[in-house]
Design a protein around this ligand. Sequence first.
Ligand SMILES: Nc1ncnc2c1ncn2[C@@H]1O[C@H](COP(=O)(O)OP(=O)(O)OP(=O)(O)O)[C@@H](O)[C@H]1O
Length: 327
Amino acid sequence: MTDAIRADDVRVVYPDGTRAVNGVDLRVPEGEFFGFLGPNGAGKTTTIRTLVTLLRPTDGSVTVNGYDVGDDPESVRRSVGYMAQETSIDEELTARENVEYMAAAYGIPKSERAERADELLNLADLLDVADKSAKTFSGGMKKRLDAVTALVHHPPVVFLDEPTTGLDPKARNRLWDYFREINREGTTVFLTTQYLEEADQLCDRISLIKDGEIALTGSPDELKNEVGGDILELEIAPSDVDVATRLAESGDVFHDAVVTETDTGISVGATTIRTHGADYFAELRDAGVAVDGFDVRSPTLDDVFLAVTGEGVEDDKEAASDTEVAA
Ligand SMILES: Nc1ncnc2c1ncn2[C@@H]1O[C@H](COP(=O)(O)OP(=O)(O)OP(=O)(O)O)[C@@H](O)[C@H]1O
């Protein structure tokens, strides 16, 4: 299978010396729904801006749809759609005018623009409001319209940089349907998101980036298997957290426990939760720890993220800045 996106040992150093991307390799085959995750400041936006030619890599090579981003940026731009974090629609225009405006910008002949607008607005479930001004739209509708304008030239690859941030679950779900549909029709999708459930639902494969380096790559299930074992959620009093943590980490019961404090107590991840959990409960009882409730579950992508990055996903995002040129 041909790679739609290929990055080899890409490095980006900003003029102030910040090493934002530190030797990233990526292979995204044609037709894949690919997720790119990482904590704030990990290098996601820098990477995506490099892939869409808005930023020049300091080192390494990138090809998108077979075009080299350094040698042939124009061809790359024509062959990709890019939905940036901030919407690029003109709220004074109607939905249809926005799409037709972008179609004109991409050089699509006038005779084809109306049909293209109908097709895309229909796909995004916006056809019945096509002639309404975009400023009357909800946040979700604006995002869907923005996604449509990124696809007006039928690019084989589309880059979505946190497309659903700030949307309610219903609006998010409608965008997911749209992304699934364009992917089903053959578009390669490169998605960054802070919603791990979103990545789990949509992506065939995911790479996790940390400190400018890829830490882990695989299907959502492969990543969850990396965590190993299961998770025990324990409801205990705050005053018992230290002793319960010590017992879990002592090596007496579990040899590989990873303990995280939660709102209601602790969560313990270990390969032998299901087989040795009862022994742990006995130790807790002997130590005088009262267990108010518990649950055993399989790992989620949140657990993978936590294990790899040592932190949860933050949701206080700053808007991306404009075009930059790296050193
Ligand atoms: N123009 C710039 N000049 C210098 N350093 C920068 C610039 N833009 C980003 N950085 C730094 O580069 C690193 C990677 O930033 P980047 O925005 O790519 O991360 P990110 O994973 O997209 O983060 P976020 O999720 O917060 O958008 C960070 O340390 C950031 O502070």
